[in-house]
Design a protein. Sequence first.
Length: 135
Amino acid sequence: SYIPETWLLGKQANHVDEMKEHTSKKKYVLKESISSGMKEGVKRAIKNNIKIIVGNSNELIEDLFKLYEVSNIRWGKKKPKYGIDFFKKFLEKEYIEVRVAYSNGEPVSGLFLLKFRNYYFPWFGGMKKELRKIL
């Protein structure tokens, strides 16, 4: 079974394991409170076999930085304001979470989040715009 964990933010993220157990016999579950646009996005990600890795490892930060760099170039900047060393300063810090979506092993979208209590705040992000239709 698959539950798109990365769509769960804030307090709901603490209940992912309970949701997985409760919904283990279902292909996927979409709550009524989620907007129709988000539901379609989740269904599209499931259909396209998108895998999302959540953590704060060197590999995740490097993959996120590649996406951040590509996005900055697309926005007309020669190089990003912050380099890879800036992001690596936050390696394994408990108040930082990195989320990267992969398609066939290739990073396609990512977020660099600040965590405060049970709340998550996006700080940096990036994506390969040409692959947006599969996300």
